[in-house]
Design a protein around this ligand. Structure first.
Ligand code: AMP
Ligand code: GLY
Length: 437
């Protein structure tokens, strides 16, 4: 069986790693990763394919008779990769371009939530800077300014002061010498609470909730500093009680699935609701993503005991109501090692030391996995692994409880070094505090 994973980050390494371990017979599946990274190249049973163009990927999947394709990141979804594969009669797991608007257009997502009664922050959207400035003055700070299109995590400014809010409006709407950043913005009410990631697999009608997770978005310890794609994550998220889980499924997930179906754009793929849990137990959707989170995928997939190929086949075939997922009861915790200057302009080419020195353990006892993200072959003779992106590695460990998982992940991380490495030392602290209560 041949499978194809699209993307080259830690999430895609985790997806490919798990698919490879989901064989149902004696033969391993062949898992291609396009374009992959040094980690997927290193894994001798994975095969990197140096393609990123959609027509080339369609051609490759057809030529290789790939059984199905899984899409990791949002960009190819926004570019219509699922539509192109469907048009060629190829199986693929992900939302169509239209369904992906839940992530790719903040304005679509906000209006959709309003139409279907899904709880979200109060908002207004603007294309006129003057009106946006007036609205900011009227509402006051703190307030949140969001660019409408995909902005790779840089399109959201949580403005604590009026000054910051006005500057964000200008940066996003007013023409600069470099051109306009966004044609429309959404300005919304600032929410305070606990942020969680709620991710499900969806087949157009049914959903299969994945294990709960939580990530740390800010660069610096104590959740300070600039927003990033995520500096670490853990699963399960103790903030989600069974009651809260049921409420999220009802008010957010099922409501969104029914809404998409009603509007004629049923959602197939990973659906990720970024949620704020308010101090009074209320929930608000901050955003929808049409993919797994990264690094949430790494911790979730490390805990998945079920066969991922089987789950994917049910998702693609519209029968997710017929399966359940089984999870390792231990906690998984992932720590991101990021490159110098991430999330600015990450430095490339720093040699990563220590990967071969990791503890060697039989697969059945191995309680960690180092997922690669921005890595490539390089160095003096091209035989070293070097940094090649913002987030470089995600050190992911499994142990009894979040405290032990945290200790184990940092123990492994101690073996690895590269110049300029940025790594938070406190991943999981919220869950540890919660488990103390
Ligand atoms: P988004 O891409 O919309 O999820 O925004 C990125 C990050 O900005 C979120 O993960 C939150 O940490 C923060 N954020 C977004 N919207 C709000 C809000 N209304 N109130 C407070 N923080 C927010
Ligand atoms: N870790 C957050 C995200 O993938 O959007």
């Amino acid at each position: 069986m041949k499978l194809l994973v699209i993307g080259g980050g830690g999430r895609e390494h985790a997806l490919a790693w798990k698919l490879l371990r989901s064989s149902r017979g004696p033969a391993l599946p062949t898992v291609f990763v396009a374009p992959g990274n040094a980690g997927t190249a290193l894994d001798e049973d994975l095969e990197n394919v140096p393609l990123t163009g959609i027509p080339e990927l369609v051609e490759f999947a057809r030529k290789e008779s790939v059984a199905f394709t899984v899409v990791g990141p949002e960009a190819p979804l926004a570019d219509g990769i699922v539509d192109a594969f469907h048009a060629a009669g190829l199986k693929i797991f992900g939302p169509t371009r239209q369904a992906a608007q839940l992530e790719t257009s903040k304005e679509f997502a906000k209006a959709f939530m309003q139409r279907h009664g899904i709880p979200t922050a109060a908002y207004a959207s603007f294309d006129s800077p003057d009106e946006a400035h007036r609205y900011v003055d009227e509402k006051g700070a703190p307030i949140v300014v969001k660019a409408d299109g995909l902005a790779a995590g840089k399109g959201v400014v949580v403005a604590m002061t009026l000054e910051e809010a006005h500057a964000a409006v200008d940066a996003m709407l007013v023409k600069t010498s470099a051109g306009k950043v966004a044609a429309r913005i959404v300005i919304e009410e600032f929410l305070e609470g606990e942020e969680i990631s709620f991710i499900v697999m969806a087949d157009g009608r049914h959903v299969l909730p994945l294990a709960t997770s939580q990530d740390h978005k800010r660069l610096k310890e104590g959740d300070q500093g600039p927003n990033t794609g995520g500096m670490g994550a853990y699963s399960p998220a103790p903030a989600i009680s069974p009651m809260l889980h049921a409420k999220i499924m009802r008010e957010v997930i099922h409501a969104a699935m029914a809404g998409m179906e009603q509007e004629g754009i049923p959602f197939t793929g990973f659906l990720y609701a970024g949620l704020m849990i308010l101090p009074d137990g209320g929930i608000r959707v901050l955003e929808f993503n049409c993919r797994m989170g990264d690094p949430e995928a790494e911790v979730i997939l490390l805990r998945l005991k079920s066969n991922l190929i089987t789950l994917m086949e049910h998702a693609i075939g519209g029968t997710l109501d017929k399966v359940e997922a089984e999870w390792d009861r231990r906690t998984a915790l992932g720590v991101v090692m990021a490159a110098h200057d991430y999330p600015g302009t990450p430095r490339r080419g720093d040699v990563i030391h220590g990967l071969p020195d990791l503890p060697q353990m039989p697969a059945s006892e191995k309680d960690f996995h180092v997922f690669h993200a921005g890595t490539a072959w390089g160095g003096e003779n091209g035989k070293e692994i070097v940094t090649a992106g913002g987030r470089v590695l995600c050190i992911t460990a499994l142990a009894d409880g979040v405290r032990m998982a945290q200790r184990r992940a940092y123990e492994i991380a101690e073996h690895i070094h590269f110049d300029g490495c940025q790594m938070r030392r406190d991943i999981g602290y919220r869950a540890i505090n919660q488990s103390r209560k």
